[in-house]
Design a protein around this ligand. Structure first.
Ligand SMILES: NC(=O)C1=CN([C@@H]2O[C@H](COP(=O)(O)OP(=O)(O)OC[C@H]3O[C@@H](n4cnc5c(N)ncnc54)[C@H](OP(=O)(O)O)[C@@H]3O)[C@@H](O)[C@H]2O)[C@H](O)CC1
Ligand SMILES: [K+]
Length: 444
């Protein structure tokens, strides 16, 4: 887009909010209340509040107001930020068919280069790997529903990633338990164990584990084997892997089965060929580290993530790695399409502090200010984003998100282009409605 086109004339719109008697309008919660406020002879808006106490406490106060707008000229530039451009690239590359998959040999080579000429230590890489596992789990499985996590750790670095992930999950508010039947005496590992013990994270022996893991755990992290696995699993891991396999035979009609999250490789799978006999574990989540290994092409679960945000450019170039970039400061990124979900099942139980009418400010703008301040204090993302609904003279409504640029007792200000659809609609019909949605505070 040329710079001439990018510069565009915008208008500042102000939605006027004026009341003859605002306080009385808030004080009537039987049935449905409506009032009209007229700032000048030509401007008019109405606001309605539900009287139902439930809707006050759970959904928040409905500022589903229509306002009248005035407009004045303003100039701004439309810029596609780097952040947006990289997110769009991300969406394209996260198509798993374009991602690079590594052989076992390449994965081991990369490890050696990182810890040799590139100056990393194994502790460092393990810390970052374990952190990405913990953040991937936290992206999908919320502690309110999936708090009890069993981490099964193997004898090598994959097991070390599990120990690190457990520590971070503890700090994220989960309740991790560790099963670590073949410990190594290296200082790195004894240190990780001591750190977990100091957090009172329980270590369970094989005898302590229930035969049916779904009774006691919501998530099982499989950190038994990574890219150095070969042959068939030896005891005691053969039995542990069978317990994970049997989770899939669980009677889902009676109780939810624990979900399995595998670190780097689903344990027992061939690193390149995958689940050769078809009788191995079928994880719900796979967190590939550095880059997915070839077996990950056979992963059919709903959640494939990439972690290990430490790959330097020389490695990416040497192995021509095509990997999704990590969003923002995230330690993990989803690979492939998000899972198919039943939309009707996507709902949350909103629990908010009770909100009574006597807590309500007499003036809706004062109430707005209070809540806007709350959303700033809570650090919500773009608390000034608002849905603006307008309708032209044909009466057909349109809604879109815009950013609030200011407000005072006169009303709300945002910027738009004279030639935009909303600009046209507002010039035909100055009535509009605004809706703020403050997710995280359960308020709108
Ligand atoms: N660069 C990165 O991405 C990083 C990844 N990390 C993680 O490290 C693993 C690879 O770690 P490694 O220690 O090389 O190997 P494993 O954890 O996969 O396991 C090796 C141990 O497992 C034993 N083993 C192998 N096969 C079997 C089997 N069939 N039955 C029982 N035990 C088995 C093996 O013993 P051997 O005697 O057979 O040698 C080892 O004791 C990678 O996947 C990532 O998860 C790093 O944390 C950071 C860098
Ligand atoms: K694993």
């Amino acid at each position: 887009m040329g710079s001439r086109n990018r510069a565009m004339t915008c208008l500042i719109s102000r939605l006027y909010l004026v009341s003859n008697n605002i306080s009385s309008s808030f004080s009537i919660p039987p049935s449905f209340h409506q009032f009209s406020l007229i700032p000048s002879s030509s401007l008019h808006f109405t606001t309605s509040y539900s009287s139902n106490k439930q809707s006050f406490s759970n959904l928040g106060l409905g500022f589903s107001s229509s306002f009248t707008s005035t407009i004045r000229g303003f100039c701004s530039r439309e810029i596609m930020s780097n952040k947006v451009a990289s997110s769009l690239e991300n969406l394209q590359i996260s198509d798993s068919s374009s991602v690079t998959y590594l052989s076992a040999k390449e994965a081991a080579e990369i490890d050696e280069i990182l810890m040799g000429p590139l100056g990393f230590s194994v502790d460092q890489l393990m810390e970052l790997a374990g952190l990405s596992v913990a953040t991937s789990i936290a992206e999908v499985y919320k502690p309110s529903e999936y708090s009890r996590i069993l981490v099964i750790c193997g004898p090598g670095n994959n097991g070390g990633d599990g120990l690190v992930a457990a520590r971070h999950l503890h700090h994220f508010g989960y309740r991790p338990y560790i099963c670590y039947p073949k410990r190594t005496s290296k200082a790195l590992y004894t240190g990780l164990v001591t750190q977990l013990e100091s957090l009172s994270v329980p270590f369970l022996s094989l005898e302590d584990l229930p035969q049916d893991l779904s009774n006691d755990f919501d998530v099982v992290i499989d950190a038994m084997f990574g890219f150095s696995f070969h042959g068939t699993p030896r005891p005691p891991f053969d039995d542990l892997i069978q317990r994970l396999v049997s989770l899939h035979r669980y009677d889902h009609a009676h109780q939810r089965s624990a979900v399995i999250a595998s670190v780097d490789i689903p344990s027992g799978w061939h690193v390149e060929e995958g689940d050769i006999g078809g009788e191995g574990i079928k994880p719900d989540m796979l967190v590939s580290l550095t880059a997915p290994k070839l077996c990950a092409k056979k992963f059919c679960g709903p959640h494939h993530f990439l972690g290990g945000r430490f790959v330097p450019q020389p490695i990416a170039e040497k192995y021509t790695l095509n990997l999704p970039s990590y969003p923002g400061t995230s330690m993990c990124v989803r690979i492939g399409k998000p899972p198919q979900v039943d939309i009707s099942a996507l709902r949350e139980n909103y629990i908010s502090p009770e909100f009574d009418k006597d807590q309500l400010e007499a003036n809706p703008i004062d109430q707005f200010k209070k809540w806007f301040d709350d959303s700033l204090t809570a650090g919500l993302h773009e608390p000034n984003a608002m849905a603006l609904s307008t309708a032209g003279k044909d009466g057909k409504p349109s809604s879109r998100m815009v950013l609030l640029k200011g407000f005072d007792k006169e009303g709300f200000v945002w910027y738009t282009n004279y030639e935009s659809h909303k600009g046209h609609q507002l010039s035909e019909n100055p009535h509009a409605a605004l809706l703020f949605y403050w997710d995280g505070l359960n308020r709108q």
